[in-house]
Design a protein around this ligand. Sequence first.
Ligand code: ZN
Length: 122
Amino acid sequence: MPPINSALAHAHHLLQQDMLGYLDTVELLTSENDTDDDTVLTIARTEVPRLIAALRGTVAAHRADHHGLCLGCPTTWIEGRLGREPWPCPTIERAQKFLKNPDSIYDAVPHERERAQPYARV
Ligand SMILES: [Zn+2]
């Protein structure tokens, strides 16, 4: 795959920052330490459906075909042949892991802890 040019890399960076900024805002506005209950309820009612849709869309895209291979993952070299990931693929495994244990995201991407909890550091 050819390297992406700097304009496309910048666009990717902006998209990622936009999504992470949204998550930071929802997390902050639903934090029991920082926000009153009425605001938490209001934000939860509007944003939880969006978050569910995002995760549901990811799970729907990363479903198994009739061979048990993931339809959402790109083809890649597996044991010397081009093929697709077996299902559950790494995307589904990570989503499942973070659903069961949300704090495990900070083991996988430690820099996100400081981003998500800037005032909770000790
Ligand atoms: Zn997949």
